[in-house]
Design a binder for this molecule. Structure first.
Ligand SMILES: Cc1ncc(COP(=O)(O)O)c(C=O)c1O
Length: 239
């Protein structure tokens, strides 16, 4: 087949999450849905609420909805997102700050494409969502893995040690998949200061890419602080 060597090797090594998901589907077909417990993807077992489905169906009839839209998405949708982020962060966020994407994976890829020059580095905090390496590689970047501490908190010293003149971003995920850790305000504030100081010393902007698809899945009063409040150059990806 004429596919590139890179894609061929990706297919070979492939995402284990996807392989497990496909194995789950195979086992369900063989042994019955009710006999297989599939923890591979975050697929909700329930269908969406009826009101949501009705709203989506009614939007399909809206004149003009099936035509091209601005690249960043419908203004109305971006305004609604901006209002929600402004309310949560207490900052003046506008539609012009928002790009609609297909999920958090799409958002991270758009952000990395916009940020990375060839060979620039992105610090990822281990353990991390396994697709991150592919996302960074998709846009000519290099992943630099920095371990968390034993309790999965941020090892700020190690992050500082990994920053160099090729560092473009730190990719952070909170609430975290797979550890479940939620970074606290002091950690985010200290990370913001670190990126500001190291960036200033190196004469470059170092971005925080905050991957937050699980922000709304917080329980028992746990709060994940809003990164815009503590980090100068921050981008949030969500779904
Ligand atoms: C940490 C993390 N980031 C990003 C994604 C991708 O999210 P989406 O399905 O919205 O593209 C996932 C999906 O499992 C994830 O766990």
């Amino acid at each position: 087949m004429g596919i590139s060597q890179k894609v061929a090797s990706y297919l070979e090594k492939g995402s284990w999450i996807r392989k497990m998901f496909e194995e789950g589907a195979r086992l369900k077909a063989k042994f019955g849905e009710e006999n297989v417990y599939d923890f591979s993807l975050g697929n909700p077992p329930e269908e969406p609420p009826r009101e949501f489905l009705e709203r989506v169906r009614s939007l399909l009839d809206r004149p003009g909805i099936h035509r091209y839209m601005p690249n960043a998405g419908f203004l109305e949708a971006r305004e609604a997102v901006a209002q929600a982020v402004a309310r949560d962060s207490g900052l003046p966020v506008e539609a012009g700050h928002v790009v609609m994407t297909v999920g958090a994976g799409g958002a991270l890829n758009v952000a990395l494409k916009a940020l990375l020059d060839p060979g620039e580095q992105v610090i990822v905090i281990a353990p991390f969502f396994v697709e991150y390496r592919f996302y960074v590689d998709n846009h000519g970047g290099e992943s630099v893995v920095v371990n968390s501490r034993e309790d999965f908190s941020l090892d700020l010293e190690a992050i500082s040690g990994a920053v160099n003149e090729r560092t473009k971003a730190v990719l952070l995920n909170s609430p975290n998949n797979p550890t479940g850790v939620v970074y606290g305000q002091e950690e985010i504030q200290a990370l913001g200061e670190l990126l500001r100081e190291r960036g200033r010393a190196l004469g470059r902007d170092i971005y925080l890419l905050s991957d937050e698809p699980y922000r709304r899945l917080l329980y028992d009063g746990t709060v994940f602080p809003h990164v815009f409040q503590y980090v100068d150059n921050a981008i949030i990806a969500t779904s």
